[in-house]
Design a protein around this ligand. Structure first.
Ligand code: SF4
Length: 495
């Protein structure tokens, strides 16, 4: 149908939409990308293509011939895809997703992609190892999920997939959104019962689409995009779509850090716009700035500079509310990946390649530098030197559109130890005193530093605090294993 807003091609070529969809999820992982597709007319009913690198690199989008070959070889009427962001495991192709398990029996032949992190992965892994029929080749939770899935679909009859995931939900703790496709052409999209990570979906004509973030569906032409409720799964079987609850309802714990930093600014997650949330964070920063009265707000002498790109919405809103200009004092080189996302230990070195300070707008000025959050501080420390030395700023005052990150994340954001975090090195309690913030400013090389208070987060995202995971700013984890891991992390840190 030529008027179809999403797809007007041959049904067996639907997989061609996948690279485009993944490009809009690139913020969620740049280490590897891939897809698994299903086609009934192919000997390989399920086939998987994946490579390390960004979506453009992995799918060879800059090499039209190679890209066309990949799309032809893996053409299918259903597809699942993944962009990888690692919290564990090396950056090799073997760890890229989707994971595929081949089998002669159609329902035992499946592929899946996973977003999140299992907090009880080690005990699940130990249970598998005790059972000698399992051979574990990798050290990560995705492989553990694959074995548990394989175990659940091992019956001689076509399994009830709702029941399969119901049983898995009784074993898994943590964040685990899953997309699943098997050689019968059955597809599952599910969101774990805590709803830690986002999951959106939409139906347009006879097309179904799901993605971690709404922006990916919106850019394919899907309308009426909704968030999947925590503990619910969508099953597509024999061409019919049904929604099921696979885990008992519990209080959701949406990761607040998605709105602050991680998600694409163009997305709407759980009915809350990422952009508007960030803008409200900026308005809160402005309110706080007036109340503090620490810096003269003279529009001739003071400028707000966002740390691009995630700090921009908050910086602009803050500047507007304060009546001072927001200027692009830092130009980001778009062709170098996000420093936070890259992993490894060369974060600081990459800052200089990544940001160019604009002397034209900062020379001799008092700069209010707006950062979305401070996790390890290596990026910011290096940036501050850059803003002074190259940008010529007279004073640099850091304003953080997030409370201090005090505790690790065990649910899929790469900050898993207390030791690597900046704020706990300076803070005795949950709320930073002015003296503690001054000590942090001195360490960073800033003239002053202020964070947003934890209680402003729920207000800015416009969700009740009880419905948000705020574990990394409060130390209160929404799942039992998460809390245990935190106690263990504190003990390890103390020794
Ligand atoms: Fe998000 Fe922090 Fe919770 Fe991790 S601990 S899921 S980053 S709010």
């Amino acid at each position: 149908d030529d008027d179809h807003p999403v797809w007007a091609g041959h049904p067996d070529q639907v997989s061609r939409l996948m690279p485009r969809l993944l490009l809009d999820l690139q913020n969620r992982g740049q280490l590897a990308a891939g897809m698994s597709t299903y086609s009934p007319g192919r000997e390989q009913l399920v086939s998987t293509y994946k490579e390390i690198g960004t979506v453009i690199e992995a799918f060879r989008i800059n090499h039209p011939g190679k890209f066309a070959d990949i799309m032809t070889e893996h053409a299918g009427r259903a597809a699942i895809g993944h962009t990888r962001y690692a919290t564990c495991g090396p950056t090799t192709r073997r760890y890229a997703q989707p994971f595929e398990r081949r089998h002669g029996c159609m329902w035992k032949w499946f592929a899946f992609g996973f977003n999140g992190q299992l907090t009880n992965f080690k005990s699940l892994r130990d249970q598998l190892l005790q059972n000698h029929s399992y051979h574990l080749a990798k050290d990560n939770d995705t492989e553990v999920i694959m074995h548990y899935l394989a175990h659940e679909v091992r019956a001689d009859d076509r399994p009830d997939l709702v029941e399969v995931f119901r049983r898995l939900s009784q074993k898994f703790d943590g964040a685990y959104n899953i997309v699943f496709l098997n050689a019968l052409g059955e597809m599952v999209v599910l969101r774990d019962p805590t709803g830690l990570r986002p999951m959106t979906y939409s139906v347009e004509g006879n097309m179904f689409g799901a993605a971690s973030e709404s922006v990916a569906l919106q850019n394919l032409g899907f309308r009426n995009i909704q968030s999947l409720a925590p503990g619910e799964m969508i099953l597509i079987r024999d061409g019919k779509l049904t929604t099921h609850r696979f885990a008992p309802e519990r209080r959701p714990s949406h990761c607040f850090f998605e709105w602050i930093y991680f998600a694409n600014v163009a997305s709407t997650l759980d009915d809350r716009s990422v952009y508007l949330s960030r803008a409200r964070l900026g308005q809160e920063l402005a309110k706080q700035e007036r109340a503090l009265g620490r810096v003269p707000l003279d529009p001739e002498d003071t400028v707000v500079v966002p740390v691009p790109d995630t700090g921009k919405a908050a910086a602009d809103a803050m500047a507007f509310a304060l009546g001072i200009p927001s200027v692009e004092g830092l130009i980001r080189n778009r062709y170098i990946g996000r420093t936070f996302i890259e992993g490894g230990n060369q974060r600081a070195d990459k800052v200089k390649q990544k940001f160019t300070p604009l002397r034209e707008v900062m020379q001799g000025k008092r700069v209010l530098l707006v950062e979305d959050s401070i996790v390890r501080s290596t990026t910011l420390q290096s940036l501050l030197r850059h803003v002074r030395e190259q940008g010529g700023a007279r004073e640099v005052h850091v304003r953080v559109a997030c409370p201090p990150i005090l505790a690790p994340c065990f649910y899929g954001i790469d900050m898993s130890t207390v030791r690597e975090l900046f704020a706990p090195k300076f803070m005795a309690g949950l709320v930073p005193s002015v003296t503690e913030q001054d000590a942090m400013a001195a360490e960073l090389g800033a003239d002053s530093l202020f964070y947003l208070p934890a209680e402003s987060i729920a207000r800015c995202i416009d969700l009740p605090a009880e419905k948000l995971c705020r574990a990394c700013i409060t130390g209160e984890y929404p799942t039992a294993h998460g809390q245990q891991l935190y106690q263990l992390a504190l003990r390890t840190h103390a020794t």
